[in-house]
Design a protein around this ligand. Structure first.
Ligand SMILES: Cc1ncc(COP(=O)(O)O)c(C=O)c1O
Length: 464
């Protein structure tokens, strides 16, 4: 994203001075845990030298930029930490464990199916709701895996990745005056879409424990109130690797039901769970199917992140509302990819094999991080691990990530990039960004030889 400078804007340019109706607030943090480090997000680093005033560009883009920590005090837009770190990796030759995409494509048979579909003429707009075969495959998958009864004709919508499913759902169902509750840390598009909808973002922190990052039920109950329109959960969770337990999800479900809120659940890592962890779809809890929109996609499950085939399902009246918005976003996409993913969804073997191989790669990276001196919360899902740089003397994850390529030839991203910008809600106490300031996220969805090399390089940290 290039910088856009509404320099003569007469509205407040500092995101912290803006109307905070769409700034996130955190539900009563459990207790103050101040750390010495001031957590930072990436934007100050690439602040532009003073330039001639540019025309102001009004619009909701500002709130989306502010909600994701990208709006600088001078009104310009910073690039994301992911872009900065990817550039850093390219410049320095460091191994990029910052961005979570696989370095090996998914199964050949699925690629061949897409090629066949192109050759057989699947090249024009597919139906707006998705091809019937993919909608059927989604419904069959949900029944086979989770016992969910889904009508492929009225209760499934194919989208341009989970990203569009999230955007269409939030834009369709939430608006000004509504609150949308998410976990914190959160995937950045959750925050951006809430801001674009004009709703208020309320967060519930995940706390690092020896048993993973966990929810505090009291904080869930405190966050969900009469203004809550949506409760957006993400399990397995990016960036922490948490797989929410049935008991945790029940707390969320009870809280949502108590105020008649809709649950939106981002389950893109549903197949990537390890050890004894079990992925529980929120919609499978008693009474929840009727108030839940379930979102997933093919990108992570089949290692085709660039195909952007996603879907959602839920009760027909909610799906109709979301479809109404979705048709004006992309209308439709992925004509040859939809039949290929329909074929892929019918077979549970490829995701099972991917999860087994990722479990080995997770162990390899976690052990390497521990021997390099990090403290690690071992993830039970996704392809990310959160490591704490504090034992190595790094209290600031942003600083650590900027120095890591030079120190060890490896790139990671700071967990604070997945948190509200510090200071957006001083009244409610320290933010998750503060509590997680020294933590950084590494991905293990890279070939074993790449991870071995990364682990060898990280060993250099011991001697710094
Ligand atoms: C939690 C989460 N949700 C959604 C997405 C986006 O999925 P898709 O590529 O299908 O749009 C990602 C991608 O990283 C993610 O981590």
């Amino acid at each position: 994203m290039s910088s856009t400078t509404p320099a003569s804007d007469d509205r407040p340019q500092d995101p912290q001075q803006q109307d905070l109706s769409d700034a996130p607030r955190q539900a009563q943090p459990r207790q103050a845990q101040p750390r010495q480090a001031q957590p930072r997000r990436a934007q100050p680093r690439d602040a532009q030298p003073h330039q001639a005033p540019r025309p102001q560009v009004p619009g909701r883009w500002r709130t989306a930029a502010a909600a994701t920590g990208l709006l600088r005090p001078d009104g310009t837009v910073a690039s994301t930490i992911f872009a900065e770190m990817t550039n850093l990796a390219a410049r320095t030759g460091a191994i990029n464990l910052g961005q979570g995409f696989p370095d090996v494509d998914g199964p050949h048979a699925i690629k061949a199916a897409a090629i066949r579909a192109i050759e057989h003429g699947h090249n024009q707009y597919p139906p707006g709701t998705g091809t019937p075969e993919l909608r059927r495959a989604v419904a069959d998958h949900q029944r086979r895996r989770y016992g969910l009864d889904v009508d492929p004709d009225t209760e499934v919508l194919v989208t341009t990745g989970a990203t569009e499913a999230l955007a269409a759902t939030i834009l369709a169902l939430a608006g000004p005056g509504d609150e949308v509750v998410t976990l914190e840390p959160f995937y950045d598009s959750h925050a951006a879409c809430i801001a674009l909808a004009g709703a208020t973002h309320v967060t519930v922190p995940l706390h690092p424990t020896p048993d993973g990052f966990r929810l505090d039920p009291a904080q869930v109950r405190a966050a969900v109130g009469p203004r809550t329109r949506l409760v957006l959960v993400n399990t397995p969770h990016n960036p922490t690797g948490t797989v929410l337990t049935c008991a945790e999800l029940q707390v969320v479900a009870d809280a949502a039901r108590a105020v008649d809120a809709i649950v939106v659940t981002d389950e893109v890592y549903e197949h990537l769970v390890y050890d004894d962890a079990v992925h529980v779809p929120v919609a499978s809890l008693p009474g929840m199917a009727e108030r839940t929109i379930t979102i997933s996609s093919a990108g992570k499950t089949f290692s085709f992140t660039g195909w952007k085939v996603g879907w959602l399902h839920g009760p027909a009246h909610l799906v109709e509302a979301v479809r109404t918005v979705k048709q004006f976003l992309t209308y439709t996409s992925g004509s040859p990819f939809q039949p290929a993913i329909a074929q892929a969804l019918a077979d549970d073997e490829a995701p099972r094999a991917l999860a087994a191989s990722l479990a080995t790669r997770r162990d390899l990276l976690c052990e390497g991080l521990v021997s390099a001196g990090f403290e690690v919360v071992v993830p039970r899902g996704t392809y990310f691990v959160v490591a704490d740089g504090a034992p190595l003397g790094f209290d600031d994850g942003v600083e650590l990530c900027r120095r890591l390529p030079g120190l060890a030839g490896v790139v990671a991203v700071p967990v604070s990039a997945f948190c509200r910008a510090p200071g957006t809600d001083e009244a409610s106490g320290p933010t998750a960004a503060l509590a997680l300031a020294s933590r950084v996220r590494f991905t293990f969805v890279k070939r074993e030889d790449v991870l071995r090399d990364a682990v060898r390089r990280l060993g250099a940290l011991r001697s710094t």
